[in-house]
Each structure stands twice: as C-alpha cells, then as structure tokens.
Design a protein around this ligand. Structure first.
Ligand code: GLC
Length: 743
C-alpha cells in the first residue's frame, strides 16, 4: 500500500510540478531538482540505466552497428533517447511507445546531426566560418533549430568545435578552421543559434559541444587516430572553443573517439570531470560518440564490456550512444558492489533535468506537431538566408585581368566540370535531413542569372574521382565555342566529413588534366572550387586568372555562386584554414612558432625545405574583393602599458576601388619574449566592415590583459612583461605593425 501511495505522490509531483519545499520560488536549472529527485526515487536500477542509453533509429545510421528491435527496447524502458529519427509523425509514434507503454512514462529525447541546417541546408561549417560573420552563423543555427524542433527534434549534435590544422583530416570541413580565437567566437554563436532564447522554447534545441576533446589533432590527419600533446597546447589551442561553447550555455557535450595522452576521451576523467565539470562548472550531460564506449576495448584500455562501461561512467560520461554497454553491464556492476549506484543517479539526474527543461513531462508531444512542421520547413525566408549566408562564404582567391565579375550579357558562357551540375554534392557532408534534390547547381544558378541572349554551354569534362578521360576532348570543343569558361572542379561531398582522410590534397581523378586542357584553349577561365578542405592547386594559381573557393554551399549553392560570379554580391569571405603549397608542409598554420633558426633563404642551416618554400599558397585570413582596400599606420594609445591597462589599437581602412565592398579587418599580436615561446602571430579580434568606394573608416580595437595572457611556464594563465608587436591587416600575412611594452 505504501509503495502505491509513494507512486501516486511522486507521479503527481513529477507531472504537475510544484515548488521545492521551503523554496517558494526557484528559478534557473534547479527549479526541477525536486521533480527529478521524486522521479529518481521511484525508478528501478534498470529504468535508471535505460535513461543512460541512446540508440539510433533505423534511419541513415552513421556507424558500424544498428541494434535490432529498438522499439522493443523503448517499451522495456531500456532507452532514454533515440537519434536519427525525425518528423512530427514518426517522433510522435516513438514517443507514444515511451509515454504510454512504459511503467513510468518517461519521454524520450530525440537527437540528430543538425550541423549546417536541417532541411534548408547552409554552407558546410568550414565554408560558413569563412564569412567571419558571427551574425549569419548564429542565424543559420537558429533556422536549423526552427526546422529541427518543428520536426520533433529536441537535440542537435552540434556545434563541432574541433580546431583542425591538418587538411588530410576530412572532418576539417565540419568545424571553424585552424584558429582558437575565431573558433571560440564561432562556437558561441552557433550555441546561441541552436538554443535561442533558452531550452524549453518551442523553437530551441539542446546544443552538443563536440568532439571533446582535441579530435582534430589526429596524427597524420587519419580519422580516429591518436592525439597526443602537452597540457599547454591542449589548453592554449584546442580547449578554448569547447569552453566558449560551454560558457555560452551549451546543454550537452559529446566525447571524442580519439585518445588523449594515452587515455581515450570516453574514459578520460581528466577531460570529462576535472576540466569539464570541476574547472568549467558544466552542469549538462555528456554523451559518447557512436559506440565509443565499446571502442575502449580496441583502444586497449578496457578488456570487456563491464570494464569499459565502468571506466566511462566513472570518467563522467552520462549517456551511451549506440554501444549498449551501459544497458548490458551497469546493473550487475552495481549489484556486485563494483560500482556506486550514486554515479548512475547523478547521470540520470542530469539527463532527466534536460527532459524537464524541454517541457517534455508537461507535454511529451510538444515538438511533434505536423501543422507546425508543414508551416516551418524550407520557408522562403530560410532559403533567402541560406543564399545570403552562402554567398558570404565564398572566398575570392584570385582575380587577374579583371575576369570577374562576368557580364550577364556575355554572348556564350561555357560551364564545364564534374561539379558544375552535381546537385547531390552541393549540400556537402553531414547534411542531415537536407533534400539534395532541392539543391541548386552552379549550371542552374548561371542560367538563372544571365540575360536571355546569353548562350550557356555545358560539358562535364570528367568525373570527380576516376581516371575516365574520354569526355575531356568534348569539353575542350565546348570551351572553344565560348567567350569565357567557368570551370567547376573539386571534391565529392563525402571526400570530406567523417572517415574521409586523404593522403593527397591534389584535385582528385583526372581533373587536373581537364583544367590544363581547357586552359590550353586560351579562353578566359574562372575556376570555381567545390571542396571541403584546402587543396594544393599550385598549377591553377599560377596559370588560371580567376579562382573562387565555394566549399559546399548548401541548398542555394548555385544562386549564391552566380551572385558572386556576376557581381550581384561582392565577395567578402576570408580563409579560416591555411592552404598549403604541398602536403609535405602539413601541418601548416599561421600561428606557428619562430624556432631558433627561422627561415633565411641565404643560410642553409635554417628551418626550411629543399623542395618548397615555407609559405602558404594562401594564408589564414586571406580573401580578395572586387574592390581594393588600403590600411593606414597602426596607432596605439600608448607605447607602454601597465598590467592594469587596456590598449587601444587604431587603423584607418580605405576602400580604394570603384565598388562597395566588405573587409574583415584582423587584429593579431605577438609576444616577443616569454617564459615559454610564443606564436609569431595570434588573432585577437576582427571586425567586418562595409566601405563605399573611396570611403575610409577609423577602425579601433581594445586589447585587454586577457588578450595578452597565456599559459606561462608554470601553467598559470596570465601576462608577462615585455615587448609586443601588434598587427592589423586583411589577412595574417599582409599587415601593418606597431609595438608596445607591457611593464
Ligand atoms: C558520428 C560522429 C558524430 C555524430 C555521431 C552521431 O560517428 O562522429 O559527430 O554526431 O556519430 O551521428
């Protein structure tokens, strides 16, 4: 009898809610503590463990295994969350199983990889980061959340915050490039976009900071490979974007596949508890990556299911994605006295709290509304935002002889290449529920832009990645008939993304042969790149007058490319990753150390190569415009400052061309001498400004003591007195400089 009374009381408290005893009004995330504890108090150990389990639906899985009969697992209370399931109707069906057919009616969480859009697809994150426009990056995440939450989803596995400096690693495409400062600002923007006005808003989803941590430092750029670094590099280069996302309020964190300092992240207490929870005060929940608890066994740090499950839980991992190891092993570990049930309770609390915050106990179906779904998905305003974000992500790498912008009245334009009409490739990797059949190709974008009198010719020229050369001759014939050639080349969408490392950065297949054959016609050629990583396009850089980097631009790709090619939008994007001249230079990034033998062309015994320069083909922060900009001297508010002062850095930027244009003004510093060596440059701020022809603007930045701080020899974070250089410019190479002394 007593147990029934407790059940009734708890159920009342759980589903109707009430104020915490003795606390007439609670706010913030602790307002659900009483209800969580009440529910926890009536859960069996098996039900608790079920809340720690995340299984995939039978839709487009990303990993090697699918657990059969996941619906039966839901009924048995063995599942707390499902991923890869979306759609108002489908999620409602799954939710009804959980709510109506289980003992405690605990709603499911629905998660999915909504990385750069849900149905309306935006540029791949590396492309979008090139816009240096935090507003459009927040907006695209906001729109993704609108669509995802309208399709029954509560949770996205994004933003990916992995700093990446090795373009062999295919997942560089999913992040924000090589720089810690920029990556941190972008991580914040994306979390704010996904979570909007707060968890519980109908159009917000839980963000998930991934992949924690340092997954982008995979040795040799080989996915899932070992990462190993000093604590200093970890904290200075790789951790800040994750922390920025956590500080922005990210609700969840995902563990990475890699080991770090010999311990796989999914079993790494230093990462998941010491840093994430104790240092950063993260209060959300931690989910593993796909089967990564199971992978502790091949990593060689656990010998069986039970030891892997115990290692992960004790490290601070709350939810098991797809391995099923928590389900299989935790109950016996607790009953055998080998694991404290309190660890499970803590994990369950963190997960249940998010379900309460989402309002799922009040209304488990609130996100599964077919009418809202129909009214929300791929609205015109979303498509317009996608087109705007796409064109702002396009980087103009070269434009000699003013080949660009093209005239819409050009008599004949030949559009040639394997990516020119490749609809499926345009939405890139990790394009979630994006419908590629709705993507606009370059060929279609050009046809829609030109005048009725313009003849648009087309030839594929070759395939993306095989040795078929038979179409090249025909493409050459088409090129010869045209006044200008737009040559669309690059990678297939899935040549970047997960499990897509390459040992070469060259154009795949026989595309280089196509480029050289078209160039030999003597026609003006514009190369349009569609790719997810830097490519070693040295020959193209030397022999082709105009080059445009378009990444994979999403649903509105073709329209956005045409907007730039015909000058309806003046390109303003800047690279967020360094383009190497040779794979042999990798890793190559702007913020390298000076070494004791900095390169000196006149001295053999200095840090350089016999067969290539040290220089990038295109440096971090580089991108051209159809206009030009000039930079005045860098003016500092003081030549020396104390450790209490801030420093103002000013510089006049002028549009010296004939067209209005946007410029990303970048601020870098160099700490000339420290108790540990410092990078030759570090980005500390930027401003994207619009200048009319002839217009000048006095741009100013404030450098704070935090900006000048670093992890010193004793690993304390702070400043050290001495000389600093300040750099201001439109990329990390071509800068104006001034110096000051920190006393
Ligand atoms: C993958 C990815 C991760 C993704 C997860 C779920 O293996 O590493 O980024 O969120 O599986 O699809």
């Amino acid at each position: 009898m007593k147990r029934i009374y407790i059940l009734i009381l708890a159920a009342t408290l759980i589903f109707t809610g009430c104020k915490k005893e003795g606390n007439t009004s609670s706010s913030g995330s602790d307002r659900y503590d009483a209800r969580v504890d009440s529910l926890l108090s009536i859960m069996t150990l098996e039900e608790k463990i079920g809340q720690l389990t995340l299984f995939t639906s039978d839709y487009d899985v990303t990993g090697p295994t699918i657990r059969e009969g996941y619906k039966d697992d839901i009924k048995a209370g063995k599942v707390g969350a499902i991923f890869n399931a979306f759609g108002a109707d489908y999620t409602r069906k799954l939710q009804e199983i959980a709510v109506k057919e289980t003992r405690l009616h605990i709603p499911l969480l629905f998660g999915y990889d909504v990385v750069h859009g849900h149905r309306t697809i935006f540029p791949i994150p590396l492309g979008e980061s090139s816009s240096w426009d935090l507003g459009i990056m927040e907006q695209s995440a906001r729109i993704a959340a609108e669509e995802a939450s309208a399709e029954g989803l509560h949770w996205t596995f994004a933003p990916m915050c992995d700093i990446a400096r090795d373009p062999r690693w295919g997942r560089m495409a999913e992040g924000a490039g090589e720089d810690t400062y920029l990556g941190s600002r972008i991580a914040e923007a994306r979390v704010k976009g996904f979570q909007g006005k707060g968890i519980g808003e109908l159009n917000s989803v839980l963000a998930c900071v991934k992949h924690f941590a340092a997954y982008g430092a995979a040795q040799a750029g080989r996915d899932y490979h070992t990462t190993d670094m000093s604590d200093r590099v970890l904290r200075e280069v790789y951790l800040p974007p994750y922390k920025a996302a956590v500080d922005a309020g990210a609700a969840t964190v995902m563990t990475s596949f890699n080991e770090l300092d010999g311990i796989p992240a999914t079993g790494n207490k230093y990462l998941m508890t010491d840093i994430l929870r104790k240092e950063w005060n993260f209060t959300g929940f931690v989910v593993t990556d796909y089967t990564s608890i199971m992978e502790l066994i091949p990593h060689g740090i656990a010998e069986d299911t039970a030891s892997a499950a115990a290692l992960a839980l004790e490290a601070g991992v709350d939810m098991d994605m797809q391995a099923g190891f928590y389900n299989d092993a935790l109950e016996k570990l607790v009953k055998d006295g080998k694991l404290k049930e309190s660890l499970i309770d803590d994990a369950v609390r963190r997960i249940l709290k998010k379900k309460f915050e989402l309002g799922l106990f009040e209304d488990p179906y609130r996100y599964s509304n077919a009418e809202r779904e129909k009214a929300t998905v791929m609205k015109k305003e979303f498509l317009d935002a996608a087109r705007d974000g796409a064109r702002k992500s396009i980087v103009l790498l070269k434009n000699e002889q003013n080949v660009l912008p093209l005239s819409k009245n050009t008599k004949r334009i030949a559009v040639i290449g394997p990516l020119a009409n490749a609809r499926k490739e345009m939405i890139g990797s990790w394009s979630a529920a994006g419908d590629w059949t709705k993507a606009v190709t370059l060929l279609e974008g050009i046809k829609a832009a030109v005048s009725p009198a313009t003849q648009v010719l087309y030839a594929k020229g070759c395939n993306i990645n095989d040795d078929t050369t038979q179409y090249i001759a025909q493409a050459v014939q088409v090129a010869k008939q045209a006044d200008v050639v737009v040559l669309s080349i690059g990678e297939a969408a899935l040549m970047t993304g997960e499990a897509a490392s390459r040992t070469s950065l060259n154009l795949p297949g026989v595309q280089q042969q196509l480029v050289e054959a078209i160039q030999k016609t003597g026609k003006p050629v514009v190369v349009v790149l569609s790719n997810g990583r830097p490519l070693t396009i040295n020959w193209i850089d030397k022999n082709i007058p105009a080059i445009v980097e378009t990444w994979f631009l999403g649903t509105q790709a073709g329209y956005a490319m045409a907007d730039v090619l015909f000058g309806d939008y003046n390109p303003s994007a800047k690279l967020t990753v360094t383009f190497p001249r040779a794979i042999g230079q990798v890793p190559i990034y702007y913020s390298m150390k000076n070494t004791g033998r900095p390169m000196d062309a006149n001295n053999k015994y200095t840090s350089k190569y016999l067969d290539e320069s040290n220089e990038a083909l295109y440096p971090f922060g580089y991108g051209l415009s159809y206009t030009t900009f000039s930079y005045g001297d860098v003016i500092l508010s003081n030549k020396q400052i104390s450790q209490q002062d801030e420093l103002t850095v000013a510089c006049k930027v002028t549009n010296t061309g004939k067209l209005a244009g946007e410029e990303v003004v970048q601020l870098y510093i160099r700490d000339m001498v420290g108790s540990v060596t410092r990078p030759v440059k570090e980005l500390k701020n930027f401003q994207k400004i619009l200048l009319q022809p002839g217009e000048s603007k006095d741009i100013s930045f404030t450098l704070t003591q935090h900006d000048l701080s670093f992890f010193r020899k004793d690993m304390s974070f702070g400043v050290e007195p001495g000389k600093f250089e300040v750099y201001v410019g439109g990329n990390s190479r071509d800068v104006k400089t001034a110096g000051f002394v920190l006393q």
